[in-house]
Design a protein around this ligand. Structure first.
Ligand code: UGA
Length: 455
């Protein structure tokens, strides 16, 4: 919405949320308090806030004044009831539709921005239709429902929105489609705006994420094979990525994909397939998730094995807790499952991340055990890497923050207990950077013995 406001000075954009604290933070003069950290976002908020970009909890007024409403609420995986563990929970979509039905006036275009299962627009339409029927034949309310899913990735969100590969508009009301298209055309070339039917648009979003996730599971599966055979996954990636049919993007082997979307959307897709009795299709996509889970487990197991089969009471440094760099988001971060496994094995972790706060980690891993760091199985927040690396047994790089490329390994390795280890699960550290150190080095997708011999 900040990008829309920035590109369309003549359009008034209002963000409404029931959560007062969140809205207060969006209105905070101190831009470091904005609820979301995203490169370039605070600048856009600063330029446009209270000009044509507003944040408010006044839902009723905002809805009644709106011509277009974007539903952008959470659709997490259901944790209980029918479809638990797979289906998306649509309770916030439903309640948004009911609130819109109640307060909207005149003609209103409703745009599904949230990622939803196919045919969710039907649910929204039914709720809106019944409100019009209830208001009687003289009702001035008129609704059109469109689907326009979001393809931005965290960390590059502003860039992705400013210059998208494509924008989808799914629907069957030509007037509404034209209105939304005109809005996007303020900064996006018309040939990048694809109009489809509602269901294709909804399904395209799930399919795009399923394909992207599948690509990561595929390369991660190959990374394990590389480690066994003496191949280097980065060389393989370069070789296959040069084939224009495959392409070179989104092929970085790592500790498994995280984030709030891939797993949720795959689970949702699997649920849909099972619902339509397409069990083979469901099983196919389920394997993508299985490999992802396996990759995380494989890494924590491998760390324990390399450290003489036990990490109990050992001091391990974790570099990065966010699910990827340039975000403070930790949802489904591979670091969570790897840290939990190591703590369960008795390790004492020192967790460092340039953007994730100690309290955020505490909410996930439970309160830290700073006062009993000699005990087994604890974690502490690390603010001073050099200080914390003292007497540590291993450093485990889990998020590809640029800061970690600047670490002085020679200095750090001297502080560690011998034999000391560096595990690079993102494959961003070069062997040359370790010259002059006595670090044992494991890098994702490259045979351990070969690498180690060379250092
Ligand atoms: C993803 C999609 O990329 C967006 O197109 C989509 O709009 C978004 O989900 C969504 O549905 O909202 P996001 O989850 O923000 O975006 O981040 P990605 O860049 O896709 O990364 C997801 C995970 O895959 C991260 O843990 C990342 O480290 C991992 N990854 C990504 C790899 O391990 N290797 C790669 O080559 C790329």
């Amino acid at each position: 919405m900040a990008v829309i406001a920035n590109n369309c000075p003549d359009i008034r954009v209002t963000l409404v949320d029931l959560n007062e604290e969140r809205i207060n933070n969006w209105n905070n003069a101190d831009l470091s308090k904005l609820p979301v950290y995203e490169n370039g976002l605070s600048d856009l908020v600063k330029i446009n806030r209270n000009k044509n970009l507003f944040f408010t909890t006044n839902v009723q007024k905002s809805i009644s004044e709106a011509d277009i409403i974007f539903i952008s609420v959470n659709t997490p995986t259901k944790i209980k009831g029918v479809g638990a563990g797979y289906a998306s929970d649509l309770k916030w979509i439903e309640s948004s539709a009911r609130t819109i039905a109640k307060y909207a006036k005149g003609q209103t275009i409703i745009v599904e921005k949230s990622t939803v299962p196919v045919r969710t627009a039907e649910l929204i339409r039914t709720i809106l239709k019944s409100s019009v029927e209830k208001s009687g034949q003289y009702s001035s309310k008129k609704f059109s429902v469109l689907s326009s899913p979001e393809f931005l990735a965290e960390g590059t969100a502003i860039k992705d929105l400013q210059n998208p590969d494509r924008v989808l508009i799914g629907g069957d009301d030509n007037y509404a489609i034209e209105q939304l298209s005109l809005l996007y055309q303020k900064w996006i070339p018309k040939n990048k705006i694809f109009v489809t039917n509602l269901w294709s648009s909804e399904l395209s979003k799930l399919t795009a994420n399923a394909f992207l996730a599948q690509r990561i599971s595929s390369i991660n599966a190959i990374s394990a094979l590389c480690e066994e055979t003496g191949a280097d996954v980065r060389e393989v990636t370069k070789a296959i990525g040069a084939d224009t049919r495959i392409g070179n993007k989104f092929l970085n082997a790592g500790p498994g994909f995280g984030g709030s979307c891939f797993q949720k959307d795959l689970l949702n897709m699997i649920y849909l397939c099972r619902y339509y009795k397409l069990d083979e299709v469901a099983n196919y996509w389920e394997e993508v998730l299985k490999i992802n889970k396996w990759q995380k487990k494989r890494i924590s197991k491998l760390i324990v094995e390399k450290l003489f089969g036990t990490v109990a009471t050992k001091k391990l440094i974790i570099l990065g807790f966010a699910f990827k760099s340039n975000t403070n988001d930790t949802r489904e971060s591979p670091a969570i499952s790897i840290a939990r496994d190591l703590i369960e094995n008795g390790a004492n972790l020192y967790i460092h991340d340039p953007k994730v706060s100690e309290s955020q980690i505490a909410m996930i891993l439970g309160g830290d055990n700073a006062d009993k760091d000699s005990a087994e199985g604890s974690w502490q927040f690390s603010e001073d890497l050099e200080k914390d690396c003292k007497n540590s047994d291993a450093i485990i790089l889990l998020t590809e923050w640029e800061d970690y490329l600047k670490v002085n390994w020679e200095k750090i390795s001297k502080l560690m207990r011998k034999p000391s280890w560096l595990f690079d699960t993102r494959g961003i550290i070069n062997q040359e950077d370790l010259v002059g150190t006595d670090l044992n080095f494991w890098k994702i997708g490259k045979s351990f013995f070969k690498t180690n011999e060379n250092i």
